[in-house]
Write a protein that binds this ligand. Structure first.
Ligand code: SF4
Length: 385
C-alpha cells in the first residue's frame, strides 16, 4: 500500500462550487508524443474541474507521464517518484512506463497510487477519484486504441505552435525498441479528424503545426497515404508552416520528397533515423533497409528537396565491433547531417535484442558516443557558418 493511502482527508477535494479544487502537477518525460499526451491529459483534467499547477509544492496529485525507450530515462522517473515516498500526495504513473511495468510498478515504487497506459489516458480523472477515496493500486492499461474524443480536450501549452497526432503505435518491431509493446500496433487517425483539428487550431491563431507519429510516413486511412495527407494539410487556409516527425527510412519515397518540395508551407527538413551504417547491425536491429538503400534515399531527398537533414544513431548495439562503429563514423562524416542524436544502447527487457548479450561495455559505449558526438558538433558548427 502507498503510504497514507486512503487518507482522503489529506488529499483536498475535487472542484465544484465552494469547494477547493484538487491541484494536479503533471510532469512529462520523453518524446513529442508524450508532450502532446500531456496536453490531452491537462485538457481533460481542466474539463473535469481540476486545477493544473506548476509546482509540486502546490500539488495534491503528482502525475508522471513517462518514457520507456531507454533505461536511463526510466531510472530518472523512479528516482523522482522516490522523492515523494514520505508524502501523502496521490502519485500516478502514466504513459509508457505504466504500460511496460504494469503491476510491477507498485513493487518498484510502493508510493504509486495508480498506473495508466498511454491508450487509457481518458481514465485518469476516475483513477484520481478512486485514489482520493482510498482505493489505491488502480490500474488502466492494455487498451488497443485511444478514443477519438481524447484529441478534443482543447488544450495546448503553446499559443503559436502545436502538435497534432496523425498516427500512433508502430508495427516495425525494431529489435531494440519497446514502442510496439507499450503504444501498441500502428493506427492512423481519420484524415478528416486531423484536418478538422488543424483547422480549429489555425482559427485559434496557431501558426505552426508538427504532425506526430512513431512512423508518420506509413500513415494510411481509407486509401489516403502520407503524401496525400501532407497535400491536404498544406491546403489549409491560414496555416503558415508545418513539419512532421518521425519518418522511417524504409517508407521514405521519392513521392514523399516531391510533395515536401512542392508544398510551400511545409518545412524543408527531414529527420531520418539511420541508427547504424553496418548492414549486419541494421539486420540485427530489424530496421528493414541496407546502408545502400538509405544512402539512395538521402541522395533523392537532397536532389528533390535539398533541405535540412537529421538522424538518430545508436552506439554499442550488441556485437557492434570497432569495424561496424568505424562504418557509422565514416557515413556520418560523408552525409554531414545538420544534426544527429547519438544514443548509447541499453537493453530493454522483452525486446528481441534483449536476447543478445549486451557485450559492448559501458566505457566503450561512452567512447564511441563521444567520438560521434564530437564529430557531429564540428559538422553542425561548420554548417551553421
Ligand atoms: S520504427 Fe522502430 S524504433 Fe521507431 S517506434 Fe517503431 S519499433 Fe520503435
Amino acid at each position: 500500500m502507498a503510504e497514507n493511502a486512503g487518507n482522503s482527508a489529506n488529499r483536498g477535494e475535487k472542484g465544484g462550487k465552494g469547494k477547493k479544487k484538487l491541484r494536479i502537477l503533471l510532469r512529462t518525460f520523453g518524446c513529442q508524443m508524450n508532450v502532446r499526451d500531456s496536453e490531452i491529459i491537462s485538457g481533460s483534467l481542466l474539463m473535469k474541474g481540476y486545477k493544473v499547477v506548476d509546482s509540486s509544492d502546490d500539488a495534491d496529485v503528482v502525475l508522471f507521464n513517462t518514457c520507456s525507450v531507454r533505461q536511463h530515462a526510466e531510472d530518472k522517473v523512479w528516482s523522482e517518484i522516490g522523492k515523494f515516498k514520505h508524502e501523502t500526495r496521490i502519485i500516478g504513473l502514466v504513459g509508457c512506463m505504466a504500460e511496460y511495468h504494469k503491476f510491477d510498478a507498485f513493487k518498484k515504487a510502493p508510493n504509486i497510487d495508480f498506473v495508466c497506459g498511454p491508450n487509457n489516458i481518458a481514465s485518469i480523472p476516475s483513477l484520481i477519484e478512486q485514489a482520493k477515496a482510498g482505493n489505491t493500486k488502480g490500474m488502466a492499461i492494455g487498451q488497443k486504441q485511444r478514443d477519438e474524443f481524447a484529441y478534443n480536450t482543447n488544450f495546448q501549452a503553446k499559443k503559436d505552435d502545436s502538435f497534432v497526432v496523425i498516427a500512433e503505435g508502430c508495427n516495425n518491431f525494431c529489435s531494440y525498441c519497446v514502442v510496439p509493446f507499450v503504444r501498441g500496433r500502428e493506427r492512423s487517425r481519420n484524415h478528416k479528424d486531423i484536418l478538422r483539428e488543424i483547422q480549429a487550431l489555425v482559427t485559434k491563431g496557431v501558426k505552426e503545426i508538427t504532425l506526430l507519429g512513431q512512423n508518420v510516413n506509413s500513415y494510411r486511412w481509407n486509401g489516403v497515404d502520407f503524401s496525400q495527407l501532407m497535400n491536404m494539410v498544406s491546403g489549409i487556409e491560414g496555416l503558415r508552416c508545418f513539419s512532421f516527425v518521425t519518418s522511417h527510412p524504409k517508407d521514405a519515397s521519392k513521392d514523399m520528397f516531391e510533395i515536401i518540395a512542392k508544398c510551400s508551407n511545409l518545412k524543408k527538413y527531414l529527420h531520418l533515423p539511420l541508427q547504424s551504417a553496418s548492414d549486419r547491425i541494421l539486420k540485427l536491429m530489424n530496421r528493414g533497409y541496407t546502408l545502400k538503400e538509405y544512402l539512395k534515399k538521402i541522395e533523392d531527398y537532397r536532389k528533390i528537396v535539398g533541405g535540412g537533414l537529421s538522424t538518430d544513431i545508436i552506439v554499442g548495439f550488441p556485437t557492434e565491433t570497432e569495424g561496424d562503429f568505424q562504418d557509422t563514423l565514416e557515413v556520418l562524416e560523408k552525409i554531414k547531417f545538420d544534426n544527429a542524436y547519438i544514443f548509447k544502447y541499453s537493453t530493454r527487457p522483452h525486446t528481441e535484442a534483449a536476447k543478445l548479450e549486451d557485450d559492448v561495455g559501458m566505457q566503450e559505449k561512452k567512447r564511441r558516443h563521444k567520438i560521434l558526438l564530437d564529430l557531429q558538433k564540428q559538422i553542425s558548427k561548420k554548417k551553421k557558418i
